[in-house]
Design a protein. Structure first.
Length: 115
């Protein structure tokens, strides 16, 4: 726990797991209805992910305050890992929004020389 009395950190792994399963089930339906279900499931998953990112930022900030008071190697290592992971997760979220929700999917071009 971080902070004076410890910060509450909600475990969203269950809702994330359900979101991934919804995407998997929706991807089996190749029709328009399946695409709509998949977009809705991605939206829910991105919402849960953004909440986790927000919590991680809050924890990272609290670790910064805690590390300044005493040099805890364990906390410094955890903060470094959070600070390296957060931008990657945010980039993945942006890509998912653009590709899935925005419809910006790259089309693979066929090579005419390839047999």
């Amino acid at each position: 726990m971080v902070g004076e009395a410890g910060t509450k950190f909600r475990d969203r792994s269950r809702s994330v797991k359900r979101g991934v399963l919804e995407i998997a089930y929706a991807s089996r339906d190749k029709g328009e209805k399946g695409q709509q279900k998949m977009k809705a499931a991605y939206g829910k998953l991105l919402e849960a992910t953004s909440r986790v990112v927000g919590q991680a930022k809050k924890i990272s900030g609290e670790i910064t305050c805690k590390v300044e008071k005493n040099s805890g190697l364990y906390l410094q290592k955890a903060k470094k890992q959070l600070d390296e992971t957060l931008p990657r997760v945010q980039q993945l979220m942006q890509q998912a929004r653009e590709r899935v929700l925005g419809g910006n999917t790259p089309v693979k071009k066929q090579n005419p020389q390839r047999v």
